[in-house]
Ligand binder design. Sequence first.
Ligand code: MN
Length: 295
Amino acid sequence: MNFVLKVNEHFINKIITFYQDYKEKNPSEHILFFAKTDQVAVTIYKSGKVMFQGEDAKGEYDFWIALLNNKQQTQSIQTEIDYYYSSIGSDETGKGDLFGPIVVCAAYLPKLHIDYLIKLGIKDSKTLSDSKVKEIAKQLIPIIPHSVIILPNNKYNDLVDKGYNINKMLAHMHNRAIFNVIRKIKQTPEVILDQFTDEKHYFRYLNDTDKIYRKVTFLTKAESKYASVAIASIIARHVFLEKIEDLKKATNYNICKGASKQVDEVLQRIICEQDEDFIRQIAKLNFNNIRKLKN
Ligand code: MN
């Protein structure tokens, strides 16, 4: 994990003086100072944030926190997690949409792309418009090692009929996507998973699998805390929106996302005009919308 603190100018100068002998070439235009010892890398950003990485990161961080507290400058520090932490983020989409599949994406954020990603404006896909999701996803897909797992509607409906829990399906999809990414990058970084169930249940759902990736941190609203998860959420949403477009073209119905009134109207028409099997291929049959309309 990286450790980040925010300090005032006076303290920045102190930290720079302290690590002066280990100073290295500036890796980026956003960075004011960069130093590296055998145990720790210290990056001071122009924004006033100081990041410690490596084996001794926690020790160095604690040292400066203690020093800052001693000088009664606590009011000027604000500790925070490192948004661009190099990790695999994993997220899903489509759970709340009547039409279309469930899509899981795991994506690896490598250090070398961080400057580029800052410029792209990575954010939680829920806060972006569909066209923005598409635009950003198209730039991410060629450079970000990722894996997308799609659960089509007919398979989803079969599993629900068999009594499968949705969270169990998701756990298996995330675990598979994570392993696909690990295979691509040949590294085993920490995974940040946008929490849909607690840790205990997640691993219990995976009990019937041989290969389980365990270096996973579960966080709620993770897509707003880590860029890696935001990236996964954007790619997943992009793939989902494309699938919705495909369904629209293939069926000639005005298939749309969500579970709103507009969705109900389309569904009503489909129920009147098509048989059960048709609906099974394009919608999630356990949604209340369907039960309501059938009654
Ligand atoms: Mn999520």
